[in-house]
Design a binder for this molecule. Structure first.
Ligand code: GLN
Length: 484
């Protein structure tokens, strides 16, 4: 049952071939059997899941249930879930039971989607390997001595190991696409503002965006609609009608113009990955797309600009964790300064502290213009590259990551080596564009991701191209041997 896609499972639910309770129990059993090894969940909400499954079954029996009713999924532990631990992977929030739901959690509950629990993640979504979680690292189900990527590593590993048919995730600089690539699943980060950030714990507000991981692009197309939309509670959510994301799934690719950025195939790209990605591009051509080389000349500015902007925003956002309002509080503070200082020293891990310090420095008087203002200028140049490129092409395609998954600890001592994991994903985030990763091969049994970047609000077009690719190939159906 767990090898079925969302598209197949919802049909079975609607036809009453399987009940939501049976399906939910099946995934709970799989989590029980496998997650001790993987550590992809921080919290499993079995009782609540079965209660929602029963409610979904009632709606289905009444005959007017929404299409996704009764489908179990998992939520990244960055989304507030009422009455359930919402830790963001941090000791700081290890005692935080959210008093309300994030908008997207509410949206999903309304259509009868069942939550299995909360997935593990890098602390406050900062990282590319899931090694910074307070709850311990997540293992990559393909090669368990290697990382699943991050920060949404729990969501990626859970979907790859078939412990959930789909999972929510967030992407600030690559945290949906990079773990999706490293775990061999499909992942989409929508256009900035497409999905409400209300109730999603903030890392870098001008970049954070919620999205999805699932086995296939078709599954994501089905799940994105109910998640997306304007939310009066999030002033950065966009007031544009939600597209029908399944609309272009069956459209042939003839006439589709794809740009291949030269900058994404330079030094540092693993040769096995390059071969898989170039083969995937040939496949897209065989399906009727035309390709041309393009330039995104400011790409090399994206990692340095991001590592000023994201820490700057995080230093402001994380100032709320002060031991006064919620979360961790140190024992017996002497005075207010001691309370702040010890609470934050104890509650945050090393990577989060590093970012807060870099960010506070970049924003400080005298350095603001030199770092933060300059990074914002670079961001505009990077965005302009894409605006120019999209005058001639419909989609941009390249690798998602420079290398396949790597062993635990291998990049731990050098933060810059870790930061380079996102070299092909960060520019898209800085520009606020939608990006996705789909499986396109294996190198030494390690999954490879193909990145597809679209113009603003062109998610349907990206999903259409990805679906056509997936109809012609079977990379997305491969499951890690021990979890098949
Ligand atoms: N890996 C990047 C970082 O560490 C991106 C994280 C993310 O997208 N949340 O900041």
């Amino acid at each position: 049952m767990h090898n079925y896609t969302v598209a197949q499972l919802v049909k079975q639910l609607q036809n009453k071939d399987v009940s939501s309770r049976e399906l939910t129990q099946h995934y709970l059993d799989r989590i029980d059997a496998h997650d001790q090894e993987l550590n992809s969940f921080i919290t499993v909400t079995a009782e609540q899941a079965l209660a929602s499954a029963d409610a979904a079954d009632k709606r289905i029996a009444q005959g007017d249930a929404p299409a996704l009713c009764g489908l179990p999924i998992a939520h990244k532990d960055i989304f507030c879930t009422e009455g359930v631990l919402t830790s963001c992977g941090s000791k700081m929030l290890d005692n935080f039971i959210a008093p309300y739901n994030a908008t997207l959690v509410d949206n999903y509950e309304q259509v009868g989607i069942v939550s299995l629990g909360k997935t593990n993640m890098d602390e406050f979504a900062m990282g590319s390997s899931n090694e910074s979680s307070f709850y311990g690292p997540v293992k990559n189900p393909w090669v368990t001595d290697c990382v699943p990527g991050g920060s949404s590593g729990g969501s990626a590993a859970a979907v790859a190991a078939r412990l959930a048919p789909a999972a929510t995730a967030t992407d600030t600089g690559g945290s949906i696409r990079q773990p999706a690539a490293l775990c061999g699943v499909s992942g989409l980060k929508p256009t900035y503002g497409r999905v409400s950030r209300y109730g999603m714990i903030a890392f870098a507000s001008s970049l954070d965006q919620a999205g999805l991981m699932a086995q296939s692009a078709e599954d994501i197309a089905l799940l994105l609609g109910p998640m997306a939309g304007h939310d009066p509670k999030d002033s950065t959510s966009v007031n544009e009608p939600v597209d029908d994301y399944t609309r272009l799934l069956n459209q042939p690719l003839s006439g589709l113009r794809i740009g291949i950025p030269e900058e994404y195939f330079g030094e540092g790209l693993n040769s096995g990955i390059e071969t898989c990605v170039r083969d995937a591009i040939k496949q897209l051509e065989a399906l009727g797309a035309t390709t041309k080389a393009i330039r995104l000349p400011h790409t090399q500015l994206s990692v340095p600009a991001y590592y000023v902007i994201a820490p700057a925003e995080c230093s402001a956002n994380l100032s709320r964790f002060d031991g006064v309002r919620y979360g961790h509080r140190c024992e017996d503070p002497k005075d207010l300064d001691d309370l702040y200082c010890r609470t934050r020293s104890e509650g945050f891990g090393d990577e989060v502290k590093r970012r807060i310090m870099v960010g506070a420095y970049a924003l400080s008087a005298g350095y603001y213009d030199a770092y933060y203002a300059k990074a914002q200028k670079a961001r505009r140049l990077i965005q302009q590259d894409f605006v120019t490129a999209f005058q001639d092409v419909d989609l941009i395609v390249g690798p998602t990551t420079p290398s396949p998954t790597f062993e635990f600890g291998s990049k731990g001592k050098d933060p810059v080596a870790m930061y380079l994991e996102d070299i092909y994903t960060i520019a898209t985030s800085l520009a606020g564009l939608p990006g996705m990763s789909i499986p396109c091969g294996l190198v030494d049994n390690k999954p490879v991701g193909l990145q597809i970047i679209g113009n603003y609000f062109n998610e349907a077009k990206m999903l259409g191209a990805a679906h056509q690719f997936q109809l012609a190939t079977d990379f997305h159906t491969l499951a890690p041997a021990n979890f098949a």
